[in-house]
Ligand binder design. Structure first.
Ligand code: SDX
Length: 378
C-alpha cells in the first residue's frame, strides 16, 4: 500500500476502448485505426464520430453530426470576451468562456449519455468560436460569422482570419485536429475523468481539462517551442540554445520528450512532413529549417547522454501553425479545440461505468503534537 508512483508514472487507473499508445514502437491507434491512416484519409468530424461512437460514420451519420455542431456564442459570453483586459492569455479566456457557457445551457448538469453528447456537440463548435472571437476582439476587430455548412477546420480558419480559407489550408488544419484529438490518459484527459468521477457536470470537467492543458509540460509546449524559435532567431544559433538549455538546471527543450513514447511520437513524424510541405509551398522555410536543426542537435545530445528523448506532437506543430498564420498564443487553444473530441469520449466512458477517483498520499509529517492556546504561542 505504501508504494509511491510519482506523477502516476506507469499506473493503470482503469481500462478504456478509445485509444492505445505503443511507446516503444511509436504507434498510436484510435478505436483500432492507426493514426497515420486517419491523418491521411479522415476528416476531424469523422474522427469525432469514431472516438464517440466507436466506428467511422456513414455519409448520413457524418452529415447529421456536422448539422448538430453549433458555433454561435451567447451575447453575454461575447460581452465577457470584449471586457477582458488587453493581453489576456487565450487559454484564460477559453477556460472562462467554457465555464460561462454552462450558465446558458438548459441542462448543464445532467450526466446521462444523451445530455453529455449534446454538450459535447455544443462545445465542438463553441470552443473554436471562443478562441477565434477572443483573438479578433483582442486585435481590435469583431467576431466573424461561421459558415454553418463548413467544417470545424474550415470555420476555425475563417473565424480567425476573416476570409474563406483555401482547400489546402483546410486540409492541413483537419490533419492537425485529427492528430491532436485524442491521446489516452494524458494529464488533461486524466483531470477531466477524475473531475467527472465525482459525477459533477461535463462543463466542470472540460473547464478543468482546459486548465490542465495550458501547462508548458503539456499542451502549452507548442507555443513554448515557437517562443524559443523566435528567441533563437536563426538556424546558426540553434545549437548554442540547445546546449545552453541542456546545461541549465532541469533544462528542458520544449517539444521534446514524452512520458510514454521512447521513440519519435508518430504524430510528430506526420507534422514534420506537413511542415516541410508548407515550407516548400510558402517559400518561408525558416521555421522548418530551424526545427530540423534543433531536432538534429537534440538527437545528437540525447544520444550521447543515453536518453530516449525525441520530438513530440508539440514540436513540429509550432512551425505548421506559424505557417498557417496563427499567433503563437493561439497554438494551445487549437490543441484544446481538437482535444474536446478526446476529452468528451473519455467523459462518456467515465460516466458510463464510474468509480470515484481518490488516490492516497503517504503521510510523512509530524504526529502527537499537543494544542497550545494562542496566548501561549509567543
Ligand atoms: C504533450 O501525455 C501525453 O500524451 C501528452 C500529449 C498529448 O497528446 O496529450 O502527448 C501532449 O503534452 C506532449 C509533451 C509536451 N511537453 C513538452 O514538450 C515539454 C518538454 N518535455 C519534458 O518536460 C518532458 O519530456 C515531459 C514532461 C513531456 C515528460 O516528462 P517525464 O516523463 O516526467 O520525464 P522527465 O522529465 O523525468 O525526463 C526523463 C529524462 C530526464 O533526464 P534525468 O533528469 O532523469 O537525467 O529525460 C530528460 C530529462 O532530463 N528529458 C529532457 C526532456 N524531456 C525529458 N531533456 C531535455 N529536454 C526535454 N524536453
Amino acid at each position: 500500500m505504501d508504494t509511491i508512483h510519482r506523477g502516476l508514472n506507469g499506473v493503470n487507473v482503469d481500462t478504456s476502448r478509445i485509444c492505445s499508445i505503443d511507446g516503444e514502437a511509436g504507434r498510436l491507434i484510435y478505436r483500432g485505426y492507426d493514426i497515420t491512416e486517419l491523418a491521411d484519409l479522415a476528416s476531424f468530424e469523422e474522427v469525432v464520430h469514431l472516438l464517440w461512437f466507436g466506428e467511422l460514420p456513414t455519409r448520413s451519420e457524418l452529415d447529421a453530426l456536422r448539422r448538430t455542431i453549433a458555433f454561435d456564442l451567447p451575447e453575454p459570453v461575447l460581452d465577457m470576451l470584449a471586457g477582458l483586459p488587453k493581453g489576456t492569455h487565450p487559454m484564460h479566456a477559453l477556460r472562462t468562456g467554457v465555464s460561462m457557457l454552462s450558465a446558458f445551457d438548459d441542462d448543464p448538469d445532467g450526466v446521462d449519455e444523451s445530455n453529455v453528447r449534446r454538450i459535447g456537440l455544443s462545445l465542438l463548435g463553441r470552443v473554436p468560436a471562443l478562441v477565434a472571437a477572443h483573438q479578433r476582439i483582442q486585435a481590435g476587430g469583431a467576431p466573424v460569422e461561421p459558415d454553418p455548412d463548413a467544417s470545424v477546420a474550415s470555420n476555425l480558419l475563417r473565424m480567425v482570419n476573416g476570409e474563406t480559407p483555401t482547400d489546402a489550408a483546410v486540409r492541413v488544419m483537419d490533419v492537425a485536429l485529427v492528430l491532436h484529438a485524442e491521446h489516452g490518459s494524458n494529464a488533461s484527459t486524466f483531470v477531466g475523468r477524475a473531475t467527472a468521477s465525482t459525477l459533477t457536470d461535463a462543463y466542470s470537467a472540460i473547464t478543468a481539462a482546459v486548465g490542465s492543458l495550458k501547462g508548458p509540460l503539456h499542451g502549452g509546449a507548442n507555443a513554448a517551442v515557437m517562443q524559443a524559435l523566435e528567441e533563437i532567431g536563426s538556424v546558426e544559433a540553434v545549437e548554442k540554445y540547445v546546449l545552453d538549455t541542456l546545461a541549465s538546471e532541469k533544462g528542458r527543450v520544449m517539444g521534446f520528450g514524452h512520458r510514454v513514447y521512447r521513440v519519435m511520437d508518430p504524430r510528430a513524424t506526420i507534422l514534420k512532413d506537413v511542415s516541410r510541405k508548407l515550407a516548400e509551398e510558402s517559400g518561408d522555410s525558416k521555421w522548418f529549417e530551424m526545427s530540423l536543426e534543433m531536432e538534429r542537435v537534440m538527437e545528437r545530445e540525447m544520444g550521447a547522454r543515453g536518453k530516449q528523448v525525441a520530438p513530440n506532437v508539440d514540436f513540429f506543430s509550432a512551425s505548421v501553425y506559424r505557417m498557417l498564420g496563427f499567433e503563437k498564443e493561439t497554438y494551445t487553444p487549437i490543441f484544446a479545440i481538437a482535444r474536446v473530441a478526446g476529452w468528451m469520449a473519455h467523459l462518456f466512458e467515465q460516466y458510463a461505468d464510474n468509480r470515484l477517483m481518490r488516490p492516497r498520499l503517504v503521510y510523512e509529517g509530524e504526529t502527537g503534537k499537543a494544542f497550545a492556546p494562542i496566548a501561549q504561542r509567543g
